[in-house]
Write a protein that binds this ligand. Structure first.
Ligand code: ADP
Ligand code: MG
Length: 340
């Protein structure tokens, strides 16, 4: 079966200014695969500026890669036209950080939900359209009578974000790109919205790329994780494995920077230096902050396969076999393990 999604060595460089053009490498050599037959939740984690939103924009086809290819169900997304392009627009949906972003304050929820129904001709009459809305709202844990007919300001942040998810769900997507979907939602509502996303994967077979700076939520929702730093993959693997036993100094920093009631361990990351600006773009991107940095780190480390479900791009693991970036996703588990 063709894969749902293949990224082949995708890089994105932004250039600003015409005279003194300044280039920012936002993503470097990202390869990954999602299979159609195994809907999964893959987390892409990293601090602000690590290239997460750039990846989301690329996956949605809003921007194009500087080098590399993004293949959706066997076709390069930059070459999609006509019906194929329409199918891509329907099947790949997004939920963004700001639950207000897609709302026009002058339109009711009904209007917001009816736009995609009309655009993609999902219903032939008003009754069928209403049935679709009810179905999508119910799937995200909302009661249609509580939200239909209301204006955005009459809804809570949590309700708005659920409506965003419902709007994506209406289109029966195969892939949902969720870029920090709960970072602007009250902490008390986060868990239930994440639960909703997990149900979409489990009950509706939607694959989800969950983008976050917050490893706690990744741990609760995802099967697999890719850790980015300045656009490069630092570590990847099974989410439990990576979070409980991080192997890259950067992942250790991330894991240690948040309180973990369930995990009683420390790595002594106080040694990790503050982020330095303007360091060189060759070699390991993390080396200027890394307490373990060695001479070798001036050249880009390959990914080392540390165990069956984990790899890290760090010379500390040089004894392990190397794994090609495009084979990284072979390490990633696909089934949801449900945990409390
Ligand atoms: P994240 O979502 O992880 O915070 P982004 O993908 O937004 O990261 O940004 C990655 C890097 O690319 C950052 O250094 C950011 O400043 C830069 N960047 C993002 N968008 C643009 C743009 N449109 N033009 C120039 N640089 C950009
Ligand atoms: Mg972002």
């Amino acid at each position: 079966m063709t894969n749902l999604l293949d990224l082949h060595h995708v890089s994105k460089t932004y250039t600003r200014g015409l005279i003194n053009a300044k280039a920012t490498v936002a993503l470097q050599e990202i390869s990954l695969t999602l299979k159609q037959e195994d809907p999964t939740i893959l987390t892409v984690a990293g601090e602000s500026g690590s290239g997460k939103t750039t990846l989301a924009m690329l996956l949605l086809g809003f921007i194009t890669p500087t080098t590399g290819q993004i293949i959706y169900r066997g076709k390069d997304i930059t070459a999609l036209q006509g019906e194929e392009r329409m199918a891509f627009r329907r099947e790949v949906q997004a939920v963004f950080q700001d639950p207000f972003a897609v709302f026009n304050p002058f339109y009711t929820v009904d209007h917001l939900l009816s736009v995609p129904i009309k655009r993609f001709k999902l219903a032939t009459n008003a009754k069928a359209a209403r049935a679709k809305m009810d179905e999508a709202l119910t799937a995200v844990g909302l009661r249609p009578e509580d939200v239909l007919g209301r204006y955005p300001h009459q809804l809570s942040g949590g309700q708005r974000q659920r409506i965003n998810v419902a709007r994506a769900l209406l289109l029966k997507p195969r892939l949902l790109i969720a870029d920090e979907p709960v970072s602007m939602v009250d902490a008390s509502l986060r868990a239930s919205i994440l639960e909703t996303l997990r149900n979409l994967q489990r009950d509706h077979g939607v694959s989800i790329i969950y983008i976050t700076h917050d490893l706690t939520t990744a741990y609760h929702i995802a099967n697999a994780i890719i850790v980015l730093y300045r656009g490069g993959v630092m570590e990847a693997g099974d989410v439990d494995q990576v979070i409980k036993s991080p192997q890259h100094p950067y992942t250790r920093l991330l894991v240690d920077s948040i309180p973990w009631p369930a995990l009683d361990r420390r790595w002594g990351t106080d040694m990790i230096k503050a982020r330095e600006a303007g360091s060189s773009s060759v070699g390991c991107p993390f080396r200027s902050r890394c307490p373990m940095a060695m001479e070798q780190c001036k050249t880009q480390p390959p990914l080392y396969k540390i165990n069956k479900t984990q790899a890290a791009a760090c010379y500390l693991h040089a004894g392990h076999p190397e794994i090609a970036a495009e084979r990284l996703t072979e390490l990633l588990p696909v089934r949801t393990q449900i945990e409390a």
